[in-house]
Design a binder for this molecule. Structure first.
Ligand SMILES: NC(=O)c1ccc[n+]([C@@H]2O[C@H](COP(=O)([O-])OP(=O)(O)OC[C@H]3O[C@@H](n4cnc5c(N)ncnc54)[C@H](OP(=O)(O)O)[C@@H]3O)[C@@H](O)[C@H]2O)c1
Length: 269
């Protein structure tokens, strides 16, 4: 059954660009009020102004660094103080690093694990009671095709997204009898600011999708009567993740290792 977002509120992390910004636009078009969170507050405000004007919805913007331990409670208390309760959480903020593990900066990978794993879990934990009580919306955790095999040169990122996928499937099962739809979204390479942050397109495997295509995949999955616990965006990505799941892990690792070894820009190592 399609989700009726009208008049309800969705919280989107990492909404200042890429997939988060696209989720904001698409949910706004379906009548959802929004809470947008990211560090670049000015960008969020610009985007919020456009969405308010175009769709007549309420948009609350919060400029915050989500890379802090236990940010979920703080955010929930902040929203409660503004009398905002949410029906949908799009747990999207994240970034990747690309280097042999030995060369990674310790602070950078700690921040990566904090944002991509610990904060995602903390936000899910802080808001799940509200989402379940409402029971009309969705919890979307953005994973990746990176979740389906170990990723040499992106060891921390691949493992983080494998965590997100497993974590999401587990809580989707735990809450399968609730009205809440819980989905891990697994995009492959997508044209966003992601690879600018990574610093190289060498981290991209397969052909690029647009944020529109990826969010369309997510919304189709959410609108199904029985929403699956995860969805891979793009036919090619569905094929490659199925093959990675079926192949011996050593083979899948070696294949990924070979694909991620080519730095076409010269900026990665
Ligand atoms: N693009 C791809 O190829 C791809 C593929 C698979 C999965 N994904 C996943 O998709 C998600 C969205 O990424 P994207 O592709 O849309 O990349 P993006 O354009 O770089 O967007 C990342 C978003 O996260 C926010 N963010 C980063 N660090 C943050 C922090 N410490 N606190 C708060 N917000 C923070 C950024 O906003 P600020 O800079 O304003 O804080 C931005 O809005 C990520 O989880 C990523 O791992 C992406």
């Amino acid at each position: 059954m399609s989700i009726d977002f009208t008049g309800r509120t969705a919280l989107i992390t990492g909404a200042s660009s890429g997939l988060g910004a696209e989720f904001a636009r698409r949910l706004a078009a379906r009548g959802s009020h929004l809470v947008l969170v990211a560090r670049r507050g000015a960008l969020l405000e610009q985007q919020g102004a456009t969405l308010r004007r175009e769709f007549g919805i309420t948009v609350t913007t919060i400029a915050a660094d989500l890379g802090q331990p236990r940010i979920g409670r703080t955010l929930r208390d902040d929203l409660a103080a503004r009398n905002i309760s949410i029906s949908t959480l799009i747990n999207n903020a994240g970034f990747a690093t690309y280097n042999p593990f030995i060369e990674e900066d310790a602070d950078r990978i700690a921040a990566e694990i904090q944002l991509d794993v610990a904060t995602l879990v903390d936000l899910a934990h802080a808001f799940l009671p509200d989402l379940l009580a409402d029971g009309t919306g969705a919890l979307v955790n953005v994973a990746s095709t990176a979740a389906f095999q170990p990723l040499p040169r992106m060891a921390v990122y691949g493992a983080s997204k494998a965590f997100v996928l497993n974590f999401t499937q587990a809580i989707a099962y735990e809450n399968r009898d609730s009205g809440l739809k819980i989905l891990a979204l697994c995009p492959g390479a997508t044209r966003t600011e992601f690879f600018d942050v990574v610093g190289t397109d060498a981290a991209a495997v397969g052909s690029f999708q647009t944020p529109e295509q990826v969010v369309t995949t997510a919304l189709h999955a959410l609108d199904r009567r029985k929403t699956p616990a995860y969805v891979v965006s793009g036919t090619g990505n569905r094929l490659s993740t199925s093959m990675a799941s079926l192949a011996p892990r050593s083979v899948a690792t070696a294949l990924a290792g070979r694909m991620l070894a080519h730095d076409t820009t010269g900026s990665g190592r």
